[in-house]
Design a protein around this ligand. Structure first.
Ligand code: SF4
Length: 358
């Protein structure tokens, strides 16, 4: 997958590297949580949906003994199961609890926030417009929280023919990873049609989405070509490509350095590089190595991030219990090798991934 020597590609003068890029706090938490699972349990460990939408990360976990399933009915009775960062439908959580010995939900807290909004507004009798991509794991999980009250709105299509039963009781919520300009366009349209529109005080597009989009906009202003590292299934990666295109750059999504095509670089002086929230940074480094810019790399930082999400409470409780058992001289497989629970903040998902095959 990762490409060959740099001399196969036309030379570029400079690379502008976006900051922030790559792993967000939700992805960090989910990768570390699944790493704990494969350290504590004998394989296979099951995971409902891809833990995060990145091909490299998923393959790394598959090699470590994780089996990804799209239906909890495929989890054998009594097996340990993790639910992905994108958030799961209530019936999936119940189904997993009914068959698995241990269920750890690695949903990002910022997705949970949207689930709570949907539940609350549905209980208050509102019609809910959910701006998201049909079929995406996060959208499927969120719509399932109150399917009777939700209408899914594709961001590119807008409200279309939607008619509210009561225009004073309409709420607008969103998938966390939309393009900012797409969200804004639907928001404007909805406010015009429903002056009493309810929207969350803090927008649903998450900090990682908005920060990475601000950085890629800056790249697009200064580059001929923007390369976005991330998988096709990653919604926030695809949004970065659309935002960069909208901002005037030729923008391409790549899984890794091997996807870069010669033709993209002909006549190009400066290349912008960024990564979606689920893309490991070593893939970005390989892209830079492959581009081998004559004048080096310039960091384009729009903000810094220090968000941190603790491991899922069920996992912390479970591992703490095991730790106490170990202290009482009961052995458990490779317990604690990824790092102590208390030191989780200082342990990165990159280190967790590296530990999988050590
Ligand atoms: S992109 Fe945002 S919502 Fe999704 S996992 Fe990361 S922080 Fe959470």
């Amino acid at each position: 997958m990762i490409g060959g020597p740099a001399y196969h590609l036309p030379m570029v003068e400079r690379v502008l590297l976006a900051e922030p890029r790559g792993f967000c706090a939700g992805v960090e938490m989910a990768i570390k949580a699944l790493t704990w699972m494969v350290r504590v349990f004998e394989p296979p460990v099951y995971c409902y949906h891809e833990i995060v939408h990145n091909r490299w990360v998923v393959q790394a976990f598959e090699k470590a003994g994780v089996v990804f399933v799209d239906d909890v009915a495929d989890v054998p009775e009594g097996a340990p199961v993790m639910l992905s960062a994108h958030g799961s439908a209530p019936e999936v959580i119940e189904g997993a609890a009914a068959r698995a010995a241990v269920v750890i939900d690695a949903v990002c807290p910022l997705v949970t926030k949207v689930h709570h909004e949907v539940r609350r507004m549905a209980d208050r009798g509102f019609e809910i417009l959910y701006v998201g991509h049909e079929g995406h794991d996060e959208a499927v999980g969120t719509v399932a929280v109150a399917p009777e009250a939700i209408t899914l709105v594709e961001p590119e299509e807008g409200l279309g023919e939607f008619q509210a039963e009561d225009g004073a009781r309409v709420a607008l919520v969103a998938q966390t990873t939309l393009g900012l300009f797409e969200w804004q366009s639907v928001l404007d349209q909805a406010r015009e049609r429903f002056p009493d529109l309810w929207t969350p005080r803090k927008a649903d597009l998450c900090y990682a989405t908005t920060n990475r989009q601000a950085a890629v906009q800056e790249l697009a202003r200064r580059c001929d070509l923007v390369l976005v590292v991330g998988s096709e299934t990653s919604s926030n990666t695809r949004a970065l490509v659309r935002v960069a295109s909208e901002s005037g750059a030729d923008a391409r999504r790549i899984d890794g350095a091997g996807d870069i095509e010669d033709g993209w670089l002909r006549g190009v002086d400066t290349v912008g590089v960024t990564a979606g929230a689920s893309a490991p940074d070593h893939l970005v480094q390989e892209v830079i190595d492959r581009l081998a810019p004559r004048s080096g790399v310039e960091l384009v930082a729009v903000t810094s991030e220090d968000e941190y999400f603790p491991l899922p409470p069920q996992l912390r409780a479970f591992v703490s219990t095991l730790q106490r058992l170990v202290e009482a001289s009961v052995t458990a497989r490779a317990l604690g090798r990824p790092g102590r629970l208390e030191g989780d903040r200082g342990w990165s998902a990159t280190e967790a991934l590296a530990s999988l095959h050590s």
